[in-house]
Design a protein around this ligand. Structure first.
Ligand code: NDP
Length: 246
């Protein structure tokens, strides 16, 4: 039997795409995983099955992380079920792309609510646990859009740039508590969010590494940050983008 207690990671948006790949990678690394999705509960359960097959504990939760009280409740449930939380991966995100001249107020609000406020809620509710544990690791999934901007994505880019400011502040604030907080900024990754892109898209030709990324490419960077190799890294932004934003 494994004598050392396994660590526990919470992954928002774990039902598909990048979040599902992160869950499988952390499970492979022997970390228990709690997956949060908004509505694709069955898909999240299937990811849990993959993780359990790798020998860890995995449970799925439905929660709208954009709601402060709902996020608080799900963190409480996860802590009760798993005993603690050691790692938080804020990956859940949405896009409502539109040119600025036509963007509706709701398109802006919805994206900020999920991508930025959702991450704040999860950090806010996990932090007391990390402080009590005298340690924790937070990884926030931003985007190269947050670094460079992107036409048609003013709302999304604002949310992702906001996530970087949030992360650096949290990194400074919690460093003394042995809690690290880092950001990954993916480029074009093949998931539901980018399904309108294919390898013929001219944007792909502009990527120095000449291909879209895979969810596993992002998951590998997350695995590094939450490993011992990431212990002395905080407030960092790591691009996983095939070189597009350098
Ligand atoms: P997907 O659209 O494939 O998956 C989004 C995930 O977020 C789903 O699990 C979804 O749950 C969950 N989610 C959405 N809203 C909420 C909410 N309110 N509460 C809880 N969960 C929610 O996205 P990707 O895998 O492509 O992207 C993952 C992250 O990476 C996002 O933050 C995205 O912005 C970022 N990113 C993606 C890039 C890409 O090219 N794909 C590039 C750069 C960044 P459900 O299944 O129930 O809807």
């Amino acid at each position: 039997m494994d004598m050392e207690k396994r660590r526990v990671a919470v992954i928002t948006g774990g039902s598909r795409g990048i979040g599902a790949a992160i869950a499988r990678q952390l499970a492979k690394d022997g970390i228990d995983v709690a997956l949060i999705c908004s509505s694709s509960r069955e898909a999240a359960e299937a990811v849990c099955q993959d993780c359990r097959a790798l020998g860890v504990r995995a449970e799925a939760y439905s929660c709208d992380i954009g709601a402060f009280a709902d996020a608080k409740q799900v963190v409480k449930e996860i802590k009760e079920a798993f005993g603690t939380i050691d790692i938080l991966i804020n990956n859940a995100g949405i896009n409502r792309d539109q040119l600025i001249a036509m963007m509706k107020e709701a398109d802006f609000d919805d994206v900020i609510r999920t991508n930025l406020k959702g991450a704040f809620h999860m950090i806010r509710h996990c932090t007391p646990i990390f402080i009590r544990n005298r340690g924790g690791k937070i990884v926030n999934i931003s985007s190269v859009a947050g670094l460079m901007g992107n036409a048609g994505q003013a709302n999304y880019a604002a949310s992702k740039a906001g996530l970087i400011g949030l992360s650096k502040s949290v990194a400074r604030e919690l460093a003394g508590k042995n809690v690290t907080c880092n950001v990954i900024a993916p480029g074009f990754i093949a998931t539901d969010m980018t399904k309108e892109f294919d390898s013929d898209n001219p944007l792909v030709a502009s990527i120095p590494l000449k291909r879209m990324g895979r969810p596993e490419d992002v998951a590998a960077a997350v695995a590094f940050l939450v490993s011992a190799g990431g212990d002395y890294i905080t407030g960092e932004v790591i691009r996983v983008d095939g070189g597009i934003a350098m």
